[in-house]
Design a protein around this ligand. Structure first.
Ligand SMILES: NC(=O)C1=CN([C@@H]2O[C@H](COP(=O)(O)OP(=O)(O)OC[C@H]3O[C@@H](n4cnc5c(N)ncnc54)[C@H](OP(=O)(O)O)[C@@H]3O)[C@@H](O)[C@H]2O)C=CC1
Ligand SMILES: CC(=O)[C@@H](O)[C@H](O)COP(=O)(O)O
Ligand SMILES: [Mn+2]
Length: 403
C-alpha cells in the first residue's frame, strides 16, 4: 500500500449516507440475521432487504418474506422452496448451495451481509466479491478457512470487507484514520465464555445446557460453544490477522469478563484506543451498514459506566484454554492448516451439541486432526474446499473409532 493512511478499509470519504442501500443477507433466520433484519426494519428510509437466505426455519422465512417482500429467497431444501412459492408467488425461491450463490451475488444488492454459520459461507462470499458487492462479514469461518484468498480477491476487485464481529468492529473503529504501520499490537478481549470459572478437570463433567449459557451474549449455539472452548477467540485471532493484515505476534488476547471493552489497539507511542459499549450486536452490524457514517440506534442500550462500576482484566492462560493455543499455531502455520482446524471444530461442536461426544473431546479432536494434517502452502480455492470436505469426513471416521 503506497499510502499507509489509506488501505482499502479507510479510504472512504467522510460523508453522510443518503442512498437507500439494498441488502442481501445470508443466514437471515439466525442470531445476527434477525438483528440485521431488525436494523433494516427500523430504518426503512436507509435500507431495503433485496434477498435473503435461511436454512430450515421456514416459519421465520415466512415472517421475514411477508414483511419485507424481497425479490429472492433461498432455503436449504427444494421442497420448502416449492411450497413457499405457492404462498408468495411474487418472490423467486431458490435452494441449496446454488441458492446461496444466487442471494449473495446475483441479485441487485449493494451490500452482502454474510451471517450464515460455518465455511458454507465461503463460496458465496467469493462470488459476491467477484461481482463487486461490499461485504459486511459476520461469518468468521469464511476468513479462517480461506482468509488469504478472500482478502486477495477483495483487493483485486476493490471491494471493502467490513467487519461485523464485535471485536473486529472495535479494532476497525480504533484504527479509523490511523497509520496501521504504527500499531504495536491488537488486543482482542475475551469474556471467557460459560466455563471461565471452571478448571480443566471440571470441564470433563459439563453439559450441553451449561455450555449454552453464555454470561454476556445471546448468540447461535455453535458460536456459544466456540466461546466456551475459547476456539471463538482463536478464530477471531485468525480473522483479525486477515482483516487488518497484522502478524500473529502483534495480536494478543486479554480476558475481560464484562464484554464492555470490545477490543483495543496499542500504538507505538503506547496510546491505546478502545471501543466500548453495552454488549449489543446491533451496534457493529449497523456500523458496517452505515460506515463511514453513523445513525441513531433504535431501542439503544447506552453504556453507563457508573452503573457497572468496575471492569476486570486477566492474562490469558493458554494451558487452561488450549483451543486458543491450537488456533494460534494453525494461524501461524497458514496454508490449509486453519481450514482443517476450522472444519474439525465445526464437526466436533456439532457432535457435542448432539450429545455424541463430551465437551473436552472437542479440542482433543481438533488437535488430533491438526497433528495428522499435511499442510498445503498457498492453496487455491479448490484445494481449500477439498481440505474442508476431507477433514469433515476424517472427524466422522475418528468418532466411529472412539465411540
Ligand atoms: N451471534 C452473534 O452474536 C455473533 C455471530 N458471529 C458470527 O456470525 C455467524 C452467524 O452466527 P449466528 O447468527 O450466531 O448463527 P445462528 O446459528 O444463529 O444462525 C445461522 C444461520 O445460518 C443458517 N444456516 C445454518 N446452516 C446452513 C447451511 N448449511 N446452509 C445455509 N444456511 C445455513 C441458519 O438457518 P436456519 O436457522 O433457518 O436453519 C441461520 O439462518 C457465525 O459465523 C458467527 O461466528 C460473529 C459475532 C457475533
Ligand atoms: C458477540 C461476539 O462478537 C462474539 O463473537 C463474542 O466475541 C463472544 O464472546 P467471547 O468469545 O469473548 O465469549
Ligand atoms: Mn466476536
Amino acid at each position: 500500500m503506497s499510502n499507509p493512511f489509506s488501505n482499502h478499509f479507510f479510504s472512504y470519504p467522510r460523508k453522510e449516507v443518503h442512498m437507500r442501500k439494498k441488502i442481501s443477507l445470508l443466514g437471515a433466520t439466525g442470531s445476527i440475521g434477525r438483528q440485521t433484519i431488525d436494523i433494516i426494519h427500523s430504518n426503512p428510509e436507509k435500507f431495503e432487504l433485496e434477498s435473503f437466505s435461511a436454512g430450515m426455519n421456514i416459519n421465520k422465512v415466512r415472517e421475514i418474506a411477508s414483511v419485507h417482500q424481497p425479490r429472492v429467497v433461498s432455503v436449504m431444501r427444494r421442497e420448502d422452496a416449492q411450497s413457499l412459492k405457492t404462498e408468495f408467488p411474487s418472490i423467486q425461491f431458490v435452494h441449496g448451495d446454488e441458492g446461496l450463490l444466487e442471494v449473495a451475488a446475483h441479485t441487485n444488492s449493494d451490500v452482502l451481509v454474510n451471517a450464515v454459520i460455518g465455511s458454507v459461507g465461503l463460496t458465496p462470499t467469493m462470488e459476491a466479491i467477484r461481482v463487486g458487492k461490499t461485504i459486511a462479514i459476520a461469518n468468521k469461518e469464511t476468513l479462517v478457512a480461506a482468509g488469504d484468498i478472500v482478502m486477495a480477491e477483495a483487493r483485486k476487485h476493490n471491494v471493502p470487507i467490513l467487519p461485523v464481529d464485535s471485536e473486529h468492529s472495535a479494532l476497525f473503529q480504533a484504527l479509523n484514520g490511523e497509520n496501521v504501520k504504527r500499531v504495536n499490537r491488537l488486543i482482542l478481549t475475551a469474556s471467557g465464555g460459560s466455563f471461565r470459572e471452571l478448571t480443566r478437570e471440571d470441564l470433563t463433567r459439563v453439559t450441553v445446557e451449561q455450555a449454552l449459557a453464555h454470561p454476556n451474549w445471546s448468540m447461535g449455539n455453535k458460536l456459544t460453544i466456540d466461546s466456551a472452548t475459547m476456539m471463538n477467540k482463536g478464530l477471531e485471532v485468525i480473522e483479525a490477522h486477515h482483516l487488518f493484515d497484522m502478524p500473529y505476534d502483534k495480536i494478543d488476547v486479554l480476558l475481560h469478563k464484562e464484554s464492555i471493552i470490545h477490543s483495543m489497539v496499542e500504538f507505538e507511542d503506547t496510546s491505546v484506543m478502545a471501543q466500548l459499549g453495552s454488549p449489543d450486536m446491533r451496534v457493529p452490524i449497523q456500523y458496517a451498514l452505515t460506515y463511514p457514517d453513523r445513525i441513531q440506534m433504535q431501542n439503544a442500550k447506552p453504556l453507563r459506566l457508573e452503573e457497572i462500576g468496575q471492569l476486570h482484566f486477566e492474562k490469558m492462560d493458554f494451558v487452561r484454554f488450549k483451543a486458543l493455543a491450537l488456533a494460534y499455531s494453525a494461524g501461524k502455520e497458514g496454508g490449509t492448516m486453519p481450514t482443517a482446524m476450522n472444519a474439525a471444530n465445526e464437526i466436533a461442536v456439532g457432535l457435542f451439541l448432539k450429545g455424541t461426544i463430551p465437551f473436552i473431546r472437542i479440542e482433543e479432536m481438533i488437535e488430533r486432526i491438526m497433528d495428522a494434517h499435511q499442510t498445503i502452502a498457498h492453496p487455491d480455492l479448490q484445494t481449500i474446499l477439498e481440505t474442508d470436505s476431507l477433514t469433515r469426513k476424517m472427524v466422522y471416521a475418528m468418532v466411529e473409532l472412539i465411540i
